[in-house]
Design a protein around this ligand. Sequence first.
Ligand SMILES: *Cc1c(COP(=O)(O)O)cnc(C)c1O
Length: 394
Amino acid sequence: MSKDWNPRTRAVHGGSRRSQYGELSEAIFLTQGFVYESAEAAEARFIEAGPDEFIYARYGNPTVAMFEERIAGIEGAEDAFATASGMAAVSGALMAMLKAGDHVVSSRALFGSCLYVLEEILTRYGVEVTFVDGADLDQWRAAIRPDTRAVFFESLSNPTLELVDIKAVSDIAHSVGATVVIDNVFATPVFSDAIAQGADVVIYSATKHIDGQGRALGGVILGTREFIRKTVEPYMKHIGGSMSPFTAWVMLKGIETMELRVKAQVETAFALADRLDGHKALARVLYPGLPGHRQYDLCQRQMGKGGTVISIDLNGGQSAAFQFLNALQIAKISNNLGDAKTIATHPATTTHQRLPDDQKAALGITPGLVRLSIGIEDTDDLMTDILQALEHVN
Ligand SMILES: *Cc1c(COP(=O)(O)O)cnc(C)c1O
């Protein structure tokens, strides 16, 4: 792959490996194993496998390798490891590098399963975790200690869309030698410059914008070659969380159109947020791409755009939110995000139902809050749909 290629070219051609047939579209190598020409060749490959030599699909596979190389090229990472889901990537990156006695600092506003891994699982194995308000740099400074091994946060939080300042938190973390691990799903690979801004490890749920069409679960861990091959790979290949070749193929095809989709989604998200801001049925419109948002400057600096998700808070609480959701015609009630289809979610009763009320309140997850993941439908049609659904709220 040419180093000069821009992301859109890398998205289509990066990582391509062709078989002897010269197929145009990437091949799916649906094989768990590989045949060696001789006993000596098998022995040599087990001592050290070259970049185009595979042993067992849990360790690596040509289709999966194409996906890893393609997404690494777009993210500007040295290397990547593809996983069976976004959560296999989050838990894998953390479990691979941590041991009992280590200290981790994490933002509290996390995707529910991420919170479970940090709060319930890591602690069970003797890792100490301190939670902070990710937008408050003083809390990061106070929580990070000389023995802090890693910091973890979602660069744009779910569902209230608060940014964590990647550069500032990375500087604080690096001052004690801690590894910065970022779940960057809401920023999307299209609007991410996380590694240049200080992240050591970047994680995506490929289920979201990378597939973007609701077909498959997947994830990816991106970082230095040393971290991916010496820390992540030995853990993941033995624990069994690798991506399947079929999923890798779905993701490869997803990446080809990712930038086109995500840019269209962001444009519509901005138009909707701008139109809905100040609507009489709404107490708040949360979208960091709006010039009035308190983190607008940080958002411009870190992502350049506001992302594909907006959250709105209806004045009438849960009953208003349910009336709104039930009146939507184009947007679907579901809980995925980053999809081609617009998806509306009521976090308080679904994705964040498990949280006690005081934690919901602390995270801004009010009874009237609805998260809208904007799809690629026509902007005017979506606008009409959302405005008519708001009319149904009494
Ligand atoms: C969806 C999501 C995950 C988990 O990804 P899966 O592919 O569902 O396992 C992790 N973090 C964030 C921010 C997500 O949105």
